[in-house]
Design a protein around this ligand. Structure first.
Ligand SMILES: *[C@@H]1O[C@H](CO)[C@@H](O)[C@H](O)[C@H]1NC(C)=O
Ligand SMILES: *[C@@H]1O[C@H](CO)[C@@H](O)[C@H](O)[C@H]1NC(C)=O
Ligand SMILES: *[C@@H]1O[C@H](CO)[C@@H](O)[C@H](O)[C@H]1NC(C)=O
Ligand SMILES: *[C@@H]1O[C@H](CO)[C@@H](O)[C@H](O)[C@H]1NC(C)=O
Ligand SMILES: *[C@@H]1O[C@H](CO)[C@@H](O)[C@H](O)[C@H]1NC(C)=O
Ligand SMILES: *[C@@H]1O[C@H](CO)[C@@H](O)[C@H](O)[C@H]1NC(C)=O
Ligand SMILES: *[C@@H]1O[C@H](CO)[C@@H](O)[C@H](O)[C@H]1NC(C)=O
Ligand SMILES: *[C@@H]1O[C@H](CO)[C@@H](O)[C@H](O)[C@H]1NC(C)=O
Length: 388
């Protein structure tokens, strides 16, 4: 009797692991088996595509395997769905490098594109994507590609991905619903142009967590009809901070239900930022930044309704329901808090438990604002410019 119980217990414990074991033995397509050389010189794009066609076309759970200890040169890669496979995993073990600028034959908005693949899991442990951005950066006027874009990929999980040297933004998330990005490492120099870490566009239910982003533009930029976006435990810097917007151009100018928590801004030109064009339409609302650590940040808190244009207009993007709570640390400029709202005003702004001091001892910092309405509690520097 007792041995029967023990046996049942053992089975109860083991069977979930057996499921994991089974999924690990699911069909795997190794790019090497499809002719990839991985010598860092041969263009392996076609081999990757052949492996992808099999991965995507097979039934059930499949894996595209990009093995470690190789360097793959890819000219440009588009991995398209919809797929027959119910669940696809892409394991990036090796290093993947982009061609240098002079090897690109024409302009594409992205180097690697994943499009219309639902239930995709990307695991980049040991892997690295190198966009060779330093061959592009000197040409600021050039149309430069992003490293990787996820277009219309629902139920997406991306983890342990390391990306360096993007010619433009590192990761674009366009038109996706339900995605989690975790343990992502992004690195490009502070002076590299337009190298946003993440660009979230027209997406919903996105969680970006536990990641380190050093770049030459926004660590994370959220714009264009996005909602229910969580950003937690991000170490940002250098970079331009975490930005909502810019909103107001085009017809996809909404951002709402955005929650940024427990992030740090180190040596960034901005921290928590909302930027809108003065003459546009749309809204930014129900946005919270809280538990934010500042180390030599410029503009730690900033709402700017005059982005790239200083002429006041009566219309404009509605900014309301914005909370900044629990900011602590140092800033490099005198102006710690900027609430620069247009003539139409910003509403329901909450500032609470904020303590921002200058990184230079004894130097005063201040809060500046106009047309901003809301409440201030426990905030240093004082923000008497905020009216009810
Ligand atoms: C999906 O399976 C069908 C039937 O086996 C096949 O005709 C089709 O080519 C497959 N799709 C892909 C993307 O491979
Ligand atoms: C975002 O955070 C909120 C509050 O913790 C939670 O209810 C929600 O499910 C989260 N959404 C995503 C997409 O992670
Ligand atoms: C905040 O983030 C740090 C790491 O960045 C982590 O150690 C800590 O547990 C987080 N705190 C909360 C309350 O999530
Ligand atoms: C905004 O996003 C929703 C889905 O989240 C979509 O239905 C709608 O068409 C989008 N609107 C625009 C203008 O892109
Ligand atoms: C801050 O960034 C600048 C470049 O933007 C760099 O020169 C400087 O060393 C950085 N300082 C710290 C403390 O990281
Ligand atoms: C706003 O002004 C910019 C130039 O300042 C222009 O490109 C854009 O079309 C204008 N948008 C609207 C909605 O009027
Ligand atoms: C401000 O918040 C209050 C209470 O939550 C709400 O009734 C009001 O509509 C909000 N106003 C704006 C302009 O968002
Ligand atoms: C608020 O700060 C300003 C300077 O930014 C100062 O002139 C004013 O006295 C302060 N008010 C209070 C109540 O501390």
């Amino acid at each position: 009797m007792q041995s029967l119980i023990i046996c049942a217990l053992i089975l109860a414990f083991i069977s979930p692991f057996m499921c994991i074991g089974l999924s690990a033995t699911m069909e795997a397509y190794n790019v090497i088996d499809f002719g990839a050389k991985g010598d860092g010189k041969t263009d392996d794009s076609q081999a990757f595509l052949r492996a992808w066609e099999r991965t995507c076309g097979a039934e059930g759970m499949t894996t595209l395997l990009i093995p470690p200890n190789y360097e793959f040169l890819l000219s440009r890669l588009t991995l398209k769905g919809p797929c027959n496979a119910s669940r696809i995993q892409i394991q990036i073990g090796g290093k993947i490098v982009a061609p240098a600028k002079n090897k690109w034959v024409s302009y594409y908005f992205t180097w690697i594109l994943m499009s219309n693949v639902n239930g995709l899991i990307v695991d980049g442990r040991e892997g690295l994507l190198d966009g060779l951005g330093f061959t592009w950066w000197p040409c600021k006027a050039c149309q430069r590609p992003s490293v990787i874009s996820f277009n219309a990929c629902n139920d997406l999980r991306v983890s342990y991905l390391r990306i360096v040297n993007s010619p433009r933004s590192h990761i674009n998330v366009n038109d996706c619903v339900n995605a989690i990005f975790s343990a992502i490492t992004i690195h490009s120099p502070a002076n590299s142009p337009n190298t946003d870490g993440f660009n979230v566009y027209a997406s919903k239910n996105i969680w970006i967590r536990d990641s380190t982003i050093a770049s030459g533009d926004d660590c994370i930029g959220i714009s264009g009809n996005s909602s229910y976006i969580n950003v937690t435990e991000i170490a940002c810097g250098p970079g331009h901070g975490i930005s909502i917007g810019s909103l107001g151009r085009g017809n996809d100018n909404t951002a709402e239900q955005i929650y940024v928590r427990n992030c740090s801004f180190t040596n960034t030109t901005n921290g928590a930022r909302i930027k809108t064009f003065p003459n546009g339409s749309g809204y930014a609302r129900e946005i919270t930044f809280e538990e934010i650590k500042l180390i030599k940040a410029g503009n730690p808190i900033i709402i700017d309704q005059f982005y790239n244009d200083y002429s006041p207009k009566d219309e404009g993007v509605e900014v309301s329901g914005i909370t900044f709570r629990g900011f602590d640390g140092t800033c490099v400029r005198d102006k710690a808090i900027t609430l620069n709202c247009g003539p139409q005003g910003c509403f329901n702004i909450t500032l609470d438990e904020i303590k921002i001091v200058s990184h230079e001892e004894g130097k005063q910092v201040y809060c500046s604002g106009k047309n901003a309405h809301g409440t201030v509690t426990a905030t240093t520097p004082n923000c008497s410019c905020l009216s009810p």
